[in-house]
Design a protein around this ligand. Structure first.
Ligand code: KG4
Ligand code: ZN
Length: 340
C-alpha cells in the first residue's frame, strides 16, 4: 500500500511517500528564512509559503521515490494540532487530490504521528514504551501502549522545550534554528559551568515547566556575558535533565502499575538533540531496556510520519469523509475525536 503524506501544520511544507511502512521519499521545504526576521512563525506568511512550496515539494517526493500519483493508494494529511491557516493549505491540497483521483483520504494527528515515527523506524519496538514527545510546540511524557496507542502522563504547563531552545538561542544571537544552534555551540562546553533551574510542578511530578529556565538563561546571558560554549552546554543540560527526570519517573510509575516499560523512545524536533539521546540511552542502560531513537529525518516535522500513521489508521478505521475539519487545538485525540 503506497501512502502519500502531506504536512503543513507549522513552518515546514512536507510531502512523503511510504510503502508498507518503508519510507520511499521524505521531502521537507523549510521556511526558516521567511520567519527569521520576525523572531517566530508568522501564520499568514507560513500559509503563503506553503502555497508556494507545495507543488515543488510534492513533485520532488514523487521524483525521488520514482512513483506517480497513479501509484498512490491512500492520501494522508495532518489536520491538527497546528496553525489553522497553515493546516488549511495541506488539507485543501489533500482534499483536491482525493476529489480529482477518487483515492481515499485519511486525517492524521500531528502529535501522534511524531510518536508513530519511533515505531516506524523500529518495527521490533515492544510495548509499553515510555516516550518523550518534544517539539517546538509540545512537550509531553507518554506511555505508548501499542502502535498509535498513547496515554499522556504529563505535559508542559508553559513553554515547550523546543520553544525554550529557540528563545534562548535568539537571546544569545545564534544564527539558524535554535535547537541545532545551541547543540552545535555546546560542543566542548562545560555543562556544569552554570547552575540553571530544573523546575518541578507542585503536585504534578510528570508535568514540565520551562519558562523559569528560559528567563534564568536569558538573564545569565545578558548579565554575565558567559563563555558561549559553557552557556549553551549548561542550558542544554538543564533541558535534558528536566526531560530525562520525567522519563525516569514514568518508568517507575509503570513499575508501580505492574506493567514495566520495555523500551524508551523520543520523538519530535528536540528528539534530534544528541545530549538528550545520550542521556536517554544511559537511562535505558541503567534500567535494562533499549532506547529506540527516532531517526533524525523523522524527528523534525516531516511527511513520512504522516504517511506512516495515515496508512496504519486507514487499515484500522478506513477512510475519512472528504469534509474532514481542520483541528488546530486537537491535542492527542485522533482526528475522529477518539482517544485511541
Ligand atoms: O517537531 P518540530 O520540527 O516542529 C514542531 O512540531 O514544533 O520541532 C521543532 C523544534 C524547534 O524548536 C527546534 O529548535 C527543535 O525542534 N530542534 C532541536 C534540535 N533540532 C530541532 N532542539 C534541540 N536540539 C536539536 N538538535
Ligand atoms: Zn511537529
Amino acid at each position: 500500500m503506497l501512502v502519500l503524506g502531506i504536512e503543513t501544520s507549522c513552518d515546514d511544507t512536507a510531502c512523503a511517500l511510504v510503502e508498507d511502512g518503508q519510507v520511499l521519499s521524505n521531502v521537507v521545504s523549510s521556511q526558516y528564512k521567511v520567519h527569521q526576521a520576525f523572531g517566530g512563525v508568522v501564520p499568514e506568511l507560513a500559509a503563503r509559503a506553503h502555497l508556494e512550496n507545495m507543488a515543488p515539494t510534492f513533485e520532488a517526493a514523487f521524483r525521488s521515490a520514482e512513483r506517480s500519483l497513479d501509484d498512490v493508494d491512500v492520501i494522508a494529511v495532518t489536520t491538527g494540532p497546528g496553525l489553522q491557516i497553515a493546516l488549511l493549505v495541506g488539507i485543501a491540497e489533500a482534499k483536491g487530490l482525493a476529489v480529482s483521483t477518487g483515492k481515499p483520504l485519511v486525517a492524521v494527528n500531528h502529535l501522534r504521528a511524531h510518536l508513530y515515527a519511533a515505531s516506524m523506524a523500529h518495527p521490533d519496538l515492544e510495548f509499553p514504551a515510555v516516550g518523550l514527545l518534544v517539539s517546538g510546540g509540545h512537550t509531553s511524557i507518554v506511555v505508548l501502549e501499542g502502535p498509535g496507542q498513547i496515554r499522556e502522563l504529563g505535559r508542559t504547563r508553559d513553554d515547550a522545550a523546543g520553544e525554550c531552545f529557540d528563545k534562548v538561542a535568539r537571546v544569545a544571537g545564534l544564527p539558524g534554528a535554535g535547537g541545532p544552534a545551541i547543540q552545535k555551540n555546546a560542543a566542548g562546553g562545560d555543562p556544569k559551568a552554570f547552575r540553571l533551574p530544573r523546575a518541578r510542578v507542585k503536585g504534578a511530578p510528570l508535568d514540565f515547566s520551562f519558562s523559569g529556565l528560559k528567563t534564568a538563561a536569558a538573564r545569565l546571558y545578558q548579565d554575565e556575558a558567559p563563555p558561549l560554549a559553557d552557556f549553551c552546554a549548561s542550558f542544554q543540560q538543564a533541558v535534558v535533565d528536566a526531560l530525562v527526570a520525567r522519563a525516569r519517573r514514568a518508568v517507575e510509575l509503570l513499575d508501580e502499575e505492574g506493567t514495566p516499560a520495555k523500551a524508551l523512545v523520543v520523538a519530535g524536533g528536540v528528539g534530534a538533540n544528541a545530549a538528550l539521546r545520550d542521556a536517554m540511552q544511559a537511562l535505558g542502560a541503567e534500567r535494562g531496556m533499549p532506547f529506540k531513537p527516532t531517526p533524525l529525518s523523522l524527528c523534525t516535522d516531516n511527511g513520512a510520519m504522516i504517511a506512516g500513521l495515515g496508512g496504519a489508521e486507514f487499515l484500522r478505521r478506513g477512510p475519512d469523509e472528504l469534509d474532514v475539519a481542520v483541528r488546530p487545538g486537537l491535542g492527542f485525540k485522533d482526528p475522529a475525536g477518539r482517544d485511541r
